[in-house]
Design a protein around this ligand. Structure first.
Ligand code: HEC
Length: 118
């Protein structure tokens, strides 16, 4: 009896860990979380400085000309995340300006609306 209970708990813990890994790697249903995507869309025009200033992105209705048009680039979520953490060329790093959750929301949003994948 005691053993069966423990086995159930272990299975639950394993399922939880698997869900967490899937969420972190961006492969779960969470990648389409509407709240996160809405947050990403909002940040695109409200981050400091706003992505909109330099990037064209049809879904966000922006036409910045400094950086590559994201609809053409179709960056993966991983690529966006790296750019936001490290900066690229004249594009500033958002390491100090945004939280990791905000960077992730932007990464998921941009890759989703451009078809860039994970
Ligand atoms: C000051 C202008 C500027 C701002 C603001 C800016 N970018 Fe950029 N971004 C650039 C430029 C320029 C490049 C190309 C850099 C290069 O290739 O040397 C770039 C490149 C990128 C890339 C491609 C990265 C790669 O690996 O090639 C992504 C994705 C991106 N930006 C997303 C964003 C997002 C999302 C934001 C808002 C959080 C943002 N950018 C804000 C100018 C900007």
């Amino acid at each position: 009896m005691r053993y069966a209970g423990m086995a159930r708990r272990l299975r639950r813990a394993a399922a939880g860990a698997a869900a967490l890994v899937a969420a972190l790697s961006g492969t779960s249903a969470l990648a389409n979380d509407p709240v996160q995507l809405a947050q990403g869309k909002k940040l695109f025009t409200s981050a400091d400085p706003p992505c909109a200033l330099c990037h064209t992105l049809k879904d966000a209705g922006t036409n910045g000309q400094v950086g590559p048009p994201l609809d053409d680039l179709k960056p993966s979520a991983e690529m966006v995340l790296t750019a936001l953490r490290e900066g690229v060329g004249v594009m500033p790093s958002y390491r100090e300006k945004l939280s990791e959750a905000q960077r992730l929301a932007l990464a998921r949003y941009v890759s989703k609306v451009t078809g860039g994948g994970n």
